[in-house]
Design a protein around this ligand. Structure first.
Ligand SMILES: [Zn+2]
Length: 82
């Protein structure tokens, strides 16, 4: 029965790996200011559009309340984080 002690360890490992994966994906995206600086033509009057297809329809995807990603509602490209 001693092997039952490994179950919480495995759960912690899986949860930790999941969190790490989310964090890496989130961190790779530019911030809103970085996106505006990189693509000034895509953000003419404060409202940004997708650099890939030009759509103004952006969607918000919350990984956590403090980790949000902004995606293109047309082509699905990940654009920036906030
Ligand atoms: Zn797009």
């Amino acid at each position: 029965m001693w092997w039952l002690l490994f179950i919480p360890l495995v759960v912690l490992l899986v949860v930790g790996a999941n969190e790490w994966w989310y964090w890496q994906n989130y961190r790779r995206l530019p911030t809103y200011d970085q996106y505006r600086a990189r693509h000034p033509a895509a953000c003419p009057a404060g409202q940004c559009r997708c650099v890939h297809c030009g759509s103004r329809r952006l969607r918000l995807h919350s990984l956590r309340p403090d980790m949000r990603r902004h995606l293109c509602g047309n082509c699905g490209a990940l654009l920036y984080r906030s």
